[in-house]
Design a protein around this ligand. Structure first.
Ligand SMILES: NC(=O)c1ccc[n+]([C@@H]2O[C@H](COP(=O)([O-])OP(=O)(O)OC[C@H]3O[C@@H](n4cnc5c(N)ncnc54)[C@H](OP(=O)(O)O)[C@@H]3O)[C@@H](O)[C@H]2O)c1
Length: 163
C-alpha cells in the first residue's frame, strides 16, 4: 500500500525487514483482483482490512473457503460523500466467509497486558516497527501533509524535544 516514490524501497522493507512473504504497491496495479490472484494463487485465509472499497472487493473474490476477514478500517472510503459499493458480496455465502469489524476502544482493559507482550517480543526481536521521525515542532505541518501523499515510511512521529 505504497506510493510510487517510495514503492520499491518499502516493498523491500516489508519483505526483508518486517518478514512479509509478499508485498505490492496498490498504485501500480491497475487490476487489484488479478494482483491478489497473482500473489496468492492458493487464495487468502485471513484478510485484515484497513482499506475497504475496491481492495476489499478484490479480496472477497480471492478468499478461500471458510476464510475470515477482520475489518479494522476503510481508508479508501475517507470521502463519505462518494462511497464505493461492494460487488463480490455473494462470495460470503459461496465460500462461507466470516467478516467482523472491531474497535480498539472495546479492548482498552487489555492494554497493560498488550504492552507487556509487545515489549518482551520487541526486546527479543520478534516484533519490528518502523518510525519516520521529523525533528522539531516546525516540521509538524509538512509531516502531516506528507501522510496524505504516502511520503512517510512507517509511523510518522514529530520529535518536539530530546529528553
Ligand atoms: N478499528 C479500530 O479500532 C481502528 C483504530 C485505529 C485506526 N483504524 C483505522 O485503520 C485505518 C488505518 O489507520 P492508520 O493510522 O494505519 O492510517 P495511516 O497511518 O494514515 O496509513 C494509511 C495507509 O493506507 C494506505 N492507503 C490509503 N489509501 C489507500 C487505498 N485506496 N488502497 C490501499 N491503501 C491505501 C496509505 O498508503 P499511501 O499513503 O501510500 O496511499 C497508508 O499506508 C484507518 O482507516 C483508521 O481509521 C481503526
Amino acid at each position: 500500500m505504497f506510493n510510487n516514490l517510495n514503492g520499491s524501497y518499502q516493498i523491500d522493507l516489508l519483505k526483508n525487514k518486517l518478514g512479509f512473504d509478499e508485498a505490492f504497491n496498490y498504485k501500480e496495479e491497475p487490476d487489484l483482483k488479478a494482483a491478489l490472484k497473482r500473489y496468492f494463487p492458493q487464495g487468502i485465509d485471513i484478510y485484515f482490512d484497513n482499506v475497504g472499497g475496491e481492495m476489499l472487493d478484490a479480496a472477497l473474490l480471492n478468499m478461500r473457503i471458510h476464510g475470515r476477514i477482520a475489518v479494522c478500517g476503510a481508508v479508501s472510503q475517507k470521502d463519505v460523500s462518494k462511497p464505493r459499493g461492494l460487488y463480490n458480496w455473494l462470495n460470503l455465502i459461496t465460500k462461507r466467509i466470516r467478516i467482523e469489524g472491531f474497535l480498539q476502544n472495546d479492548y482498552l482493559h487489555l492494554y497493560p497486558s498488550f504492552m507487556e507482550h509487545v515489549i518482551s517480543n520487541y526486546k527479543e526481536g520478534k516484533i519490528v516497527y518502523v518510525e519516520d521521525m521529523s525533528e522539531g515542532l516546525e516540521s509538524a505541518a509538512a509531516a502531516l501533509v506528507g501522510i496524505f501523499s504516502g511520503k512517510n515510511v512507517g509511523k510518522q512521529v514529530i520529535r518536539v524535544a530530546h529528553e
